[in-house]
Design a protein. Structure first.
Length: 315
């Protein structure tokens, strides 16, 4: 008895592993029959228990669970919620009485008056009565010292620096350094121009020496010796060698072509000796009533017969 309502999975066809023989197949079939006989009762008992469990869950446990849930909800809304609210209000009031109100009273009636009258008021009185006049006196003294002492002293130091350092340095720069620098720059410019002229003259001299000592002898040697020798080599050595190489290449090519033709002829003769000479094509009988078409066995009246082509390899 199978009470399971779930759709059964489609069974895939049995496949034998590659390489299995008849002995393996003969052993597998009896083993599967024995296992099937042993497993069928167990599966029937399992399906019976599973079906009974589902029926019991749907018929008994579900209504009982719903009734318990409704009873718990009613008890929570009718009893536990009001009692919890009342307990929460009482605990909140008790917490305020024990933990909030004492600290608020301590802060408002003890800490704030003590800090205000014991610390803030004396500090304000000390600032207004003592520190402010003292600060004003110190500011007055500092302003008087700056205006009466530091300002004249600063002016005197500035006059000394300008008189003893800046003025002499300016005069030394204008009278000594500037003229000397201009003269040095002019001298460097003149020397640079003279050095350029000397360098160009030396370059022209070296160019003349190179042309006289190297260029002219090399040119004379090339025209007098190298050119005639090159012509002799070209006419009597290079041209005959090139002609001989061309002739040799032509002879080698002709020999290779003759060798290829000989090898091809030998291959064809060997093939005829092995497979025989090709058969002559048989004449095709023309028939006006029943001509065959190429690749089809049906006859078409009034059609010219197609030539039969031999599939034998032509040698």
């Amino acid at each position: 008895m199978d009470l399971d309502t779930t759709p059964a999975r489609p069974r895939t066809p049995e496949r034998f592993e590659p390489g299995e023989g008849c002995l393996t197949t003969a052993i597998r079939i009896p083993v599967r029959i024995v296992v099937l006989v042993l497993v069928v009762p167990v599966r029937m008992v399992w399906d019976l228990l599973a079906g009974g469990a589902r029926v019991a869950y749907r018929s008994v446990l579900t209504p009982v669970g719903r009734g318990i849930a409704l009873a718990c909800s009613w008890a929570y809304e009718t009893l536990l919620a009001p009692v919890g609210h009342a307990v929460g209000v009482a605990l909140g009031f008790l917490g305020k009485v024990l933990f909030v109100w004492p600290w608020v009273a301590l802060w408002r009636y003890v800490v704030v008056p003590v800090v205000r009258y014991g610390l803030v008021v004396p500090l304000v009185w000390l600032y207004e009565t003592v520190l402010t006049p003292v600060g004003h006196g110190i500011a007055f003294v500092c302003s008087w010292v700056y205006e009466t002492v530091l300002t004249p002293v600063g002016h005197g130091l500035v006059w000394l620096v300008v008189t003893l350092v800046v003025t002499p340095l300016g005069w030394f720069y204008r009278a000594v350094l500037a003229p000397v620098g201009r003269e040095i720059a002019d001298a460097i410019g003149v020397a640079w121009r003279i050095a350029g002229q000397i360098s160009r003259a030396a370059g022209r001299g070296l160019k003349w020496l190179a042309r006289v000592l190297v260029g002219q002898p090399v040119s004379w040697f090339y025209r007098t010796v190298c050119t005639p020798v090159g012509h002799l080599v070209r006419d009597y050595v290079w041209a005959p060698a090139k002609k001989a190489a061309v002739e040799t290449g032509r002879a080698v090519g002709s020999a290779l072509r003759s060798m290829g033709q000989t090898v091809g002829q030998a291959r064809r003769d060997a093939w005829r000796a092995l497979v025989g000479a090709p058969r002559p094509a048989e004449p095709v009988k023309a028939s006006l009533d029943g001509a065959r078409t190429l690749g089809d066995t049906t006859t078409v009246p009034g059609v010219v017969p197609a030539p039969e082509i031999s599939l034998r390899k032509q040698v």
